[in-house]
Each structure stands twice: as C-alpha cells, then as structure tokens.
Design a protein around this ligand. Sequence first.
Ligand code: PMP
Length: 419
Amino acid sequence: PVAGFVRDVRADFPILATDLDGKPPVYLDNAATTQVPRPVLDAMTDYYCNDNSNVGRGIHTLGMRATDRFMRSRERARAFLNAAVASEVVFTKSTTESVNLVAEGFAGQLVSAGDEVLISGLEHHSNLLPWRRLCERTGATLKIAAVDEHGEPSLDSFRAAISERTRVIAVAHVSNVQGTVNPVREIAALGHDQGIIVVVDGAQAVAHRAVNVQEIGADFYCFSAHKMYGPHGTGVLWGKAEHLDRMDPLLLGGGMAPIASYDGPLRSMPPLRFEAGTPNIAGMVGLAAAMDYLDGLGRDAVGVHDAALAVRAAEGLRALDGVTVYGTQEPLGGIVSFNVDGVHPHDVGSHLNAVGIATRTGVHCASPFIDTLGIVGSVRASFGVYNTMDEVQLLIDTVATAEKGFWSTNHPNERFLPA
Ligand code: PMP
C-alpha cells in the first residue's frame, strides 16, 4: 500500500490468497464490488452463531440480542455519516432501492405536470431510471446538467439547467465511470437557494472519503455496503427527519407499524416505516463491521491510497501508444476509465483477465454518459485498500501488449452494448 497504512491489509482478505488458474487475483473491479475482509465475515458469522433471531418482535433473549445488534448497526451508520439522529438512517438493500424510495415515496408528492427533475449527464442507471419513471408518470420533464467534452460536469452546468420549475436535483457524489467528484456541497447550496430538494448518490464516494451529511447539506444521501468492504444486499438511505416524516414506503408489511387494522389510519414512524418485512440483519451487522474496518484505516487515508494508485495508472496508461484515458480531473474516486484504439473494451478486459486482472468493461450502467463520450464502452480499473503499485504496473504492462486492431464481434456481453 502507498498511503502508509500502519499494516498490510492484504492478509485481511481471504479471497486475495485464492488461486485463479495458477495466478493470484489482481482485483481492480472495486467500483463494482469490493472484497470482504475477515472482520466483516467474522461479525456476520458471529451474529449467526450466537445471536440469530428476528428483530423488533420477540421478547426472548435471542430476539433482544438480535434487535440490539441491529439497532447498534443503525447507530454505527449514523456516526459513519455524522447524521444528527439514528432515526434518519433507513436500511435498504442498495443504492438502487434507496433512490427508488426517494423518487416514488417522497419526490412523487412534490412533482407534478410541468415541473422538472434535474440529474447530471454522468449518472448511473440507478440514479436515472427512477427519475425518468417519475417524470413519465407525472408529466414532469427530466433535465440533464450537461457534461463537457471530457465527461465532467460543472457547477455552472447545474446553474444553467435550473429553472423555477425544478423540484429535485439528483446527482452522483462520484462518477462510477471515471471517478469524477461532483461539487455536491455547492450543488446542495445552489438547490436550497431555490427551494429544490437535493438527492446525492454516494455509492462511489463512501469508500474513498469521509462523508459528513450535515456538512454536505443535501436532503438525501445513499450508498451500498458492497462497494465499501461490506456484504451485498445492504444499503443506507439517509434523509432529513422532516422529509422522512412525510415520505411514503415502497413496501408495506410486518415490522413497519406496531399495530394495523382493516381500515383505520396506519401509524408508522421512520425509519421502520420504510423497512417492512424481516430485514437483512446479519447484513447490517456486516455493514457496521465494514464501517469499523474502514474507519480503522481512516477513510481519508484510504482515499489518498486509492487515488494515488489511480493517478499512477492514468499516467502509465496515457503514456502508452494508442491508449485514451477519459477525464482530466485527478481521479480522486480511485477509478480510471480507458480504451485501446481499435480494440473492443471487452477484448482488452479478456486480455487482462488472462493474467488474472479483473476490470469492468462495457457501459458501466451509465449508457447515456458513454454515448456522450462517443464510445461503445470503456475498460474501468478501480482501486481499493488492498491494491498495490505492483498491480498498477502489471495493469499498464498488460494493456501495452493488447493486440491492436483486434475487434471481436462475438462477445457474451454484446447484448448490453448499444446497437
Ligand atoms: N450509483 C452508482 C454511482 C454506482 O456506481 C452504483 C453501482 N455500480 C449504483 C448507483 C447502484 O448500486 P447498487 O447496484 O448497489 O444498487
């Protein structure tokens, strides 16, 4: 590691010691999913071995223990985000669920025909499609804050796209394609000056920087645990208490209200109002353990480490003949997106995979943005706590030997590419 972590973290990740056809994994697909360290695995195993039960229901000892661990996880997430109170933390299964919940349950009450919802030109489908559906359903217009020719948005592009009909701005904190950091604090201030609700998709941010929701000042902030060394199927939506008070749930059912009736009013308080059904309790225990793990290393130190690897990768790849690296900003999100002239990104990905390097190739669930860049897709290398400069060098050396002019048309993932 380059950031001076006090210890080598690689030994914490069992998967890094596995064997991929005789080669160790060189895992550079952290923006899709990070690997899970032993303390997070142990926390989940310990929960199942010692405290497993349902939560908020039984009065028996295991039920209370499980409930206690679940509630401690919520408090852990509150502290992780520096939220004012734990009841502003809603547990979801993912960033995707969180955005859908805000779009349908909250923004649906604000937006009507002729209004506008503003997103940026670099959004992941999860922060695009829920807003598109809301606009189609209500007769509102989806507006896009344009990115420049490098795929980078500016505060001015948001300023220019806001009108007196804008009701919501939804924006990624960090781009999942090229790691661009959006000025979310300034965007929140800009929106609030005009009474606009601001929603931040923090999926690519929380593993690389300390996030303080009160300082950012947006109305909602969300992320997934599986991109920050936690388990799949767990996510967080933070929302200001006054907004959660009026937000409607996506799902109805057990656990969301103490009492239900055949026709009377449903009295249900946040955050449980949004968590009907048995939650992913072990997952939330793992999420809290992942927060402990990251904070143990120091989130800003992790960000420096990941960015240093990305900077070196970008430099090394740019220096190669016929390689284009996208974006001009320093890759503070620990992500580098590139292409080799005349070689399909999937072919570069297969070439890298042959030596054990995992990258993501294609449109990265951000196809309008990829279209804006005028490419069919890209190769994305994304870095995490366990990656090393040696791995970066292997990436650069292997890209250098990608066979130029080879464009296979027979990709298993071809159907995901725009025609
Ligand atoms: N937004 C961004 C910026 C992302 O990178 C991702 C995951 N690729 C998502 C949203 C969706 O996250 P999830 O699949 O965990 O819901």
